[in-house]
Design a protein around this ligand. Structure first.
Ligand code: PLP
Length: 463
């Protein structure tokens, strides 16, 4: 280190010196004493390092405090931030899956703001059960004997297997030993539950007789797991749920079904392939069906188990049930979401279904309007044909025709990066050197912020 550097280091003010400045007093009032102190020390340390790396002056005190303020702002900026999903993936797991409906949001806010009847019986004036809140709606809607709600579907499957199959065998097709993503692998979950996995059939073909041959006096259940995020095509075979139910019941066994997506309605009327639904699973004779609350159901994160009353009762009594129970926000939001299904308004009121049901003509008209606004400002934007996808491990390989706003610009990766770094980040797709935005997954309240951001970030530099 040179003489000059040593001299500069000695000139760096002490924390105490900075603490006496009015701006610092203000900083402490806003951020608290200990955090503000840490920020000041960080700013001073940064300066020390900069001088050792060649900085030839000590920044003014005001600048040091400003650095501390920026450090604090950075630290306290939430990492979980809203983004604008222009990808056209409706149930985007990385972007938070299902956006909530107005009623679900309202119900969750009301439950969060104060006390509630979460476990209180108003009539009796004493302790009640949290289980009542969404369960009555679920059993009515699904025509199932009983239901229970837990934290998510991975927990629902784990709980179901733990309560009904621990220490015994569960038969599953080799074609269904799936990994859903985020570390959810059916075989691993089964191992955690203490059930012994008995694999039957082959990856592409499993027959009813394969299941039948595996049944013995240690068998606890037959499990069917929805393929979810992949598809086997070609020379394939899998028994129908109804056939499996018949086989299981003939041997006094339950048929358990990890349905996954929580589709309560048929997706086929919206130009999609048919996604197996929960009501179909129950109608086919499944004894317990497990599914997510925040995929195609369109509600808050939850895992739902419905089916036979005696089995659901055993599940609810298992010690794990307490560990994975749903909280008041989940229960209130889920109940409000289910109400839309009961009143036949799901496809108009639940965002996931509204997006899936949105007509191509409507999306096209929106895309045209947006492209025109961008063009007015000299941005090269076009409307092109493309596809949206359902996501969330539902309907792999099926695509929904859509119209996309395509922004052409040199350095499109750089453009996408800048759009991600905005106050309201925009996430899109890149294809053939263009940045694509799918209007299908843009929520109404995001339209103006989206256009403002695109206009600001995409406007070409003046020559
Ligand atoms: C998504 C999914 C799960 C996991 O559900 P989470 O709600 O994410 O815990 C389990 N099984 C299947 C078939 C799924 O599609």
């Amino acid at each position: 280190m040179t003489e000059t550097q040593q001299q500069l280091l000695r000139e760096i003010p002490s924390v105490d010196r900075l603490l006496r400045l009015p701006v610092t007093i203000d900083l402490m009032a806003v951020y608290g004493r200990s955090l503000a102190l840490e920020a000041l020390r960080a700013a001073l340390e940064q300066t020390r390092q900069a001088i050792q790396n060649g900085l030839a002056l000590v920044p003014a005190n005001a600048l040091l405090v400003q650095q501390a303020r920026e450090w604090l702002e950075d630290l306290l900026t939430p990492t979980l931030r809203p983004v604008i999903n222009g990808t056209g993936v409706v149930v985007h797991t990385n972007l938070g899956r299902a956006p909530l409906s107005a009623a679900a949001l309202q119900a969750m806010q009301t439950a969060a703001l104060g006390y509630s009847t979460l476990e209180y019986d108003l009539e009796a004036g004493e302790r009640g059960a949290r289980s009542v809140h969404a369960e009555a709606l679920l059993t009515r809607l699904l025509h199932s004997e009983a239901a229970t709600v837990v934290n998510n579907n991975a927990a629902a499957v784990l709980l179901m297997l733990s309560a009904l199959c621990q220490g015994r065998e569960v038969i599953i097709s080799r074609g269904q030993l799936v990994e859903i993503g985020g570390g959810f692998r059916v075989p691993d979950v089964m191992a955690q539950s203490g059930a012994k996995l008995v694999e039957v059939g082959t990856t592409n073909r499993t027959h009813l007789r394969d299941y039948e041959a595996a049944i013995n006096d240690k068998t606890a259940a037959i499990l069917v797991a929805h393929h979810s995020n992949f598809k086997i095509i070609g020379f394939t075979a899998e028994p129908e749920l109804g056939e499996l139910a018949e086989l299981a019941h003939a041997h006094g066994l339950p048929l358990l079904y990890d349905q996954g997506s929580g589709a309560l309605l048929d997706t086929a009327p919206y130009g999609l392939a048919h996604e197996p639904t929960v009501p179909e699973g129950l109608a086919a004779g499944c004894d317990v069906v497990a599914f997510s609350g925040d995929k195609l159901l369109g509600g808050p994160q939850a895992g739902i188990l419905c089916g036979r009353a005696d089995l659901i009762a055993r599940i609810k009594k298992h010690p794990l049930a307490r560990a994975v129970r749903a909280d008041k926000l989940c229960l209130s939001g889920l109940a409000a979401t289910l109400t839309y299904y009961l009143t036949d308004t799901a496809t108009t009121e639940i965002p996931v279904w509204r997006m899936l049901a949105r007509s191509l003509a409507d999306i096209g008209a929106t895309a045209d309007t947006w492209a025109a606004r961008l063009q007015e400002r000299g941005i090269t934007a076009q409307v092109i044909d493309g596809f949206s996808t359902v996501g969330g491990g539902s309907l792999p390989g099926t695509r929904l025709p859509t119209r996309l706003v395509a922004i052409a610009q040199d350095g499109v990766d750089d453009l996408a990066a800048r759009l991600r770094q905005q106050a309201r980040p925009v996430i899109g797709r890149i294809q053939d050197g263009r940045f694509l935005v799918d209007p299908r997954t843009i929520l109404p309240h995001q339209v103006e912020p989206l256009l403002q951001t695109l206009l600001r970030v995409c406007v070409p530099e003046p020559m």
